[in-house]
Ligand binder design. Structure first.
Ligand SMILES: O=C(O)CCC(=O)C(=O)O
Length: 343
């Protein structure tokens, strides 16, 4: 992947809403240097690395600020040992404020031509280095099936510099024009991977602290493998015109992180708590049809002993509202793990 072309840089049109909107419509993405102030991003990086170190994720032989991962602690969302440490990272007050930073909201407002709603739910990612037997590289996917609602746009921001080999994001430029593509059960976002030829041109780049990638919910994207010895930390948040519908799942805290009151319990200030209430969002049901299809495939695969279903099953265990389905997924994970351990 290292020979992929660089993103088209849109920093020069940062103040020009119609030009940003047109480029997003044409290419399906925008790459903007310095969208967020570097010092604000680096402050959050420092806070999250401290929490990662306290959680045992970093190699204690190196300074915390180097972010050198302890490979024996490698874990991934939604495993229990990941979630135990992750909750305090996700709840971080300064992290939450980055995505509602005035420069970010102003940017989306210029594109939308109306107030922008930052989805309350967002993702904070901690990608341990890729190693023999451990790989958490985000596979090829589109966001639409996971986010639902009306059109929205993702903002992907690494917490600090992120060269290509630290697991930078890549997008397939113009792929958004093809609509929702067919998926199969896999290890990508939500336990799904696109299984058809990807339209468009893959592009990527090296990020400096504060740089950001914006892409639409049908733009195909993936991460590059993290080939460094550092943990790659990033967040991805979603934005939409405030007048449009948002799926109810995006109104909740990240799965496994408790209620909003619990998230806010450790905050020093009330600034930005429940900020979305002022925008009176139009909340609609989440379209579960894509997940239901995934789950049927994952159960069939697992019953035939195919460990490729494991990530999808873990998603069901963590997130499905149906207790019988969660129990069936849990049982199948046990069987798959037992088979892998040679029981
Ligand atoms: O950070 C990653 O590895 C994946 C990010 C992603 O898929 C997204 O922002 O939708």
């Amino acid at each position: 992947m290292s020979e992929l072309p660089d993103f088209l840089d849109s920093t020069d049109i940062f103040d020009d809403g119609p030009a940003l909107k047109q480029r997003l419509e044409d290419d399906g993405y925008l790459f903007v240097r310095g969208l967020l102030p570097a010092d604000a991003v680096l402050k959050v990086r420092q806070r999250l690395l401290q929490k990662a170190a306290q959680g045992g994720w970093l190699d204690g032989a190196h300074p915390t600020e180097d972010g050198i991962a302890d490979p024996t602690a490698a874990c991934k969302d939604p495993e229990d040992r990941y979630m135990q440490v992750f909750r305090s990272l996700w709840a971080d007050e300064a992290l939450h404020r980055l995505r509602t930073h005035p420069r970010v909201l102003g940017f989306f407002e210029r594109i939308f031509g109306e107030p922008a709603l930052a989805h309350p739910m967002f993702v904070q990612r901690n990608i341990f280095p890729q190693r023999e037997g451990f790989d958490f590289t985000t596979g090829i996917h589109q966001d639409k099936v996971h986010i639902g609602g009306a059109t929205n746009h993702a903002l992907w921001v690494p917490l600090g510099d992120c060269p290509r080999d630290k697991g930078a994001l890549a997008v397939a430029a113009t792929s958004h024009r093809a609509g929702i593509l067919e998926t199969k059960v896999g290890s990508g976002a939500g336990g799904m991977d696109i299984c058809v030829d990807i339209p468009g041109q893959w592009v990527t780049g090296a990020f400096k602290a504060g740089d950001a990638l914006i892409f639409s919910d049908t733009t195909v994207h993936r991460a590059l493998p993290n080939r460094t010895n550092q943990i790659r930390q990033s967040f991805d948040a979603r934005y939409q015109p405030a007048s449009q519908a948002i799926a109810e799942t995006n109104m909740l805290p990240y799965s496994g992180c408790g209620t909003w009151d619990e998230v806010y319990a450790g905050w020093q200030s009330t600034d930005q708590q429940y900020y979305w209430r002022a925008l009176n969002p139009k909340v609609v049901d989440f379209d579960t049809s894509h997940y239901e299809r995934r789950d049927r495939m994952a159960f069939d695969m697992a019953e035939q002993g195919d460990a490729g279903a494991r990530d999808a099953l873990l998603r069901i265990v963590q997130r499905d509202h149906n207790p019988a389905k969660r129990a069936r997924a849990e049982q199948l994970v046990r069987v798959l793990d037992g088979a892998a351990a040679g029981d």
